[in-house]
Design a protein around this ligand. Structure first.
Ligand SMILES: *[C@@H]1O[C@H](CO)[C@@H](O)[C@H](O)[C@H]1NC(C)=O
Ligand SMILES: *[C@@H]1O[C@H](CO)[C@@H](O)[C@H](O)[C@H]1NC(C)=O
Ligand SMILES: *[C@@H]1O[C@H](CO)[C@@H](O)[C@H](O)[C@H]1NC(C)=O
Ligand SMILES: *[C@@H]1O[C@H](CO)[C@@H](O)[C@H](O)[C@H]1NC(C)=O
Ligand SMILES: *[C@@H]1O[C@H](CO)[C@@H](O)[C@H](O)[C@H]1NC(C)=O
Ligand SMILES: *[C@@H]1O[C@H](CO)[C@@H](O)[C@H](O)[C@H]1NC(C)=O
Ligand SMILES: *[C@@H]1O[C@H](CO)[C@@H](O)[C@H](O)[C@H]1NC(C)=O
Ligand SMILES: *[C@@H]1O[C@H](CO)[C@@H](O)[C@H](O)[C@H]1NC(C)=O
Ligand SMILES: *[C@@H]1O[C@H](CO)[C@@H](O)[C@H](O)[C@H]1NC(C)=O
Ligand SMILES: *[C@@H]1O[C@H](CO)[C@@H](O)[C@H](O)[C@H]1NC(C)=O
Ligand SMILES: *[C@@H]1O[C@H](CO)[C@@H](O)[C@H](O)[C@H]1NC(C)=O
Ligand SMILES: *[C@@H]1O[C@H](CO)[C@@H](O)[C@H](O)[C@H]1NC(C)=O
Length: 415
């Protein structure tokens, strides 16, 4: 308890109490990790008359019970928690409206994080290996949003804007293996500079997403590990739907197991690329698309509609399913390079075996998705030279090795 007096420094600015916002300061500990909070009483003492908290807060590893940040509406620095805090059961900030950065690496004892009034945050990271509820019903915009772990159940009913980057993932890509599937519901999201969703995703809802890849407002420091655009990789059969998507910059990347068909009904002009790797049979409907940078498609593609496409830089489609390559691009499409190869038309006996084919495909995809994610990340991070060709080639009988190398080459150019 002697530690308290040396660690806690409370400064109420303005002896006259004239200003509504009152500041308090969490002083760095000797280790430079921020002010460590060991008990609710210590926290309450710090925040008693405080509305703006400056300096970093850390939840002490021997903290037990609920951690409740009363009164504070603005945390201008950070709040952190690591998974050694095995006695913590809930974390709440009932009055918090604005937050600079939160890094919650959750112990299994922690069942809920509640930030009911939070409207804006620069960085919000939650990593959890066991069931936890993250409630942020008022959050409207965030610069970085990271949710690692499929056991996180979250709600972002008002989240409209992701200005820098986001990663919502359920398994290997974020080292959180889990037997649970993740529901990703972003009912109000209109704009995301970078949105990456991946893993054991059982549903994805982006009903009003209109813009992906506009990085104009992105934070420049720390930006780089997020590729502009929208990326989805899924090991569960997923309905992919972006009915409102009309602005695409960077890359639209879809990898994995998709239900039925992939379409972008509102996308006409894209300043970015489209990259698709399908592990189970799927049709592509890009019938509204007129201008796009590069298109790279591999896997089990059963149909592809690019009937309005006027201009593409590099076009490459390689399918292990039957597809009529002659009709894939309209005759008046301008391109720098275009390539299409597909399996020959199936005998009807093979068509009857689709059930088995899908079963095997899903099994394989669980393994391949891991490699796919890894390769994609490397590509995004380093904009490397040659990618690895063999990743998607197992099912194809007709493509030449040389062609597949070309198809998986990372797209050049956009710095
Ligand atoms: C908080 O405000 C009350 C009333 O203004 C005052 O009595 C008390 O000392 C203040 N506490 C701190 C820690 O400043
Ligand atoms: C701070 O929060 C506590 C607990 O909710 C409350 O009792 C107290 O009145 C608040 N103080 C101020 C100054 O808002
Ligand atoms: C967790 O935080 C405590 C201090 O709060 C630190 O001593 C410990 O090393 C941290 N553990 C990990 C795994 O980061
Ligand atoms: C938690 O650890 C701190 C620092 O080691 C110590 O001062 C405090 O008494 C501990 N609290 C409890 C409840 O054990
Ligand atoms: C904390 O996380 C690290 C790495 O993420 C992990 O190795 C460790 O087992 C976790 N510890 C607890 C207590 O969950
Ligand atoms: C929170 O504090 C920061 C730094 O003082 C300030 O820029 C920001 O506008 C504040 N947010 C709110 C909602 O008061
Ligand atoms: C984020 O939300 C806050 C609070 O609603 C608002 O003041 C701010 O202007 C928003 N920022 C952006 C970039 O829209
Ligand atoms: C994905 O989630 C489903 C449903 O909860 C579960 O049966 C399956 O084992 C999970 N798969 C992985 C690879 O975690
Ligand atoms: C589009 O994305 C590229 C990177 O892919 C970036 O350099 C450019 O600034 C982005 N444009 C806008 C408007 O965000
Ligand atoms: C990108 O976002 C900025 C800031 O919100 C906006 O002014 C601009 O019009 C957007 N650009 C495009 C091409 O949508
Ligand atoms: C996917 O969409 C189809 C209709 O297109 C629907 O029947 C099916 O239930 C949806 N599946 C999921 C998992 O949402
Ligand atoms: C798409 O781009 C073309 C050529 O730059 C332009 O003529 C057309 O108006 C654009 N359409 C839309 C919907 O932006």
């Amino acid at each position: 308890m002697n530690l308290l007096s040396t660690l806690v420094v409370v400064v109420v600015v303005g002896l006259t109490n004239l200003i509504a916002a009152q500041d308090c300061y969490a002083q760095q500990s000797e280790s430079g990790q921020g002010l460590v909070i060991y008990s609710q009483a210590q926290l309450d003492q710090l925040t008693q008359n405080c509305t703006q908290l400056h300096g970093d807060l850390v939840v002490g590893t021997n903290y037990t019970g609920s951690f409740i940040v009363h009164n504070v509406t603005n945390i201008t620095s950070s709040i952190g928690l690591n998974n050694s805090t095995t006695g913590l059961t809930s974390l709440e900030a009932p009055d918090l409206v604005a937050l600079y950065s939160a890094g919650f690496y959750c112990p299994s004892s922690l069942r809920s994080i509640s930030l009911p009034r939070l409207e804006t945050a620069e960085v919000l990271t939650v990593k959890a290996g066991s069931a936890i509820t993250v409630s942020t019903p008022s959050l409207r915009n965030v610069s970085y949003l990271n949710l690692y772990g499929s056991s996180i159940s979250f709600d972002f009913p008002k989240l409209e804007l992701i200005t820098t980057g986001s990663s919502i993932c359920g398994e290997a890509g974020c080292d959180m293996m889990s037997s649970q599937a993740m529901d990703v519901d972003l009912p109000a999201l209109r704009e995301a500079a970078s949105l990456s969703v991946g893993g054991n995703v059982s549903s994805l809802s982006l009903p009003v997403l209109a813009s992906a890849g506009n990085i104009t407002q992105a934070m420049t420091t720390g930006y780089g590990s997020y590729g502009a655009g929208l990326s989805v990789y899924t090991t569960q059969l997923l309905n992919f739907s972006v009915p409102e998507l009309s602005y695409l910059n960077g890359t639209l990347s879809l990898q994995g197991v998709f239900n039925d068909s992939i379409s972008t009904p509102s996308l006409i002009n894209a300043t970015g690329d489209i990259v698709i790797e399908a592990w189970t049979p799927v049709g592509l409907n890009f019938s509204t698309l007129e201008y796009v940078d590069d298109i790279t498609i591999t896997g089990t593609i059963t149909s592809a509609d690019f009937s309005s496409l006027r201009s593409v830089n590099q076009f490459s489609l390689s399918s292990s399913q039957y597809l009529n390559c002659a009709n894939v691009l309209p005759s008046n499409t301008s391109f720098v390079q275009a390539h299409c190869d597909a399996a020959p038309q199936k005998k009807s006996a093979l068509a009857r075996n689709v059930g088995i084919g899908v079963g095997v495909g899903v099994g394989v995809s669980l393994l391949l998705a891991v490699a796919g994610i890894w390769i994609y990340r490397r590509r995004q991070a380093a904009r490397k030279k040659k990618g690895k060709a063999p990743v998607t080639r197992s099912g194809s009988s007709s493509g030449t090795g040389e062609d597949s190398t070309v198809e998986l080459r990372p797209i050049l150019g956009y710095a």
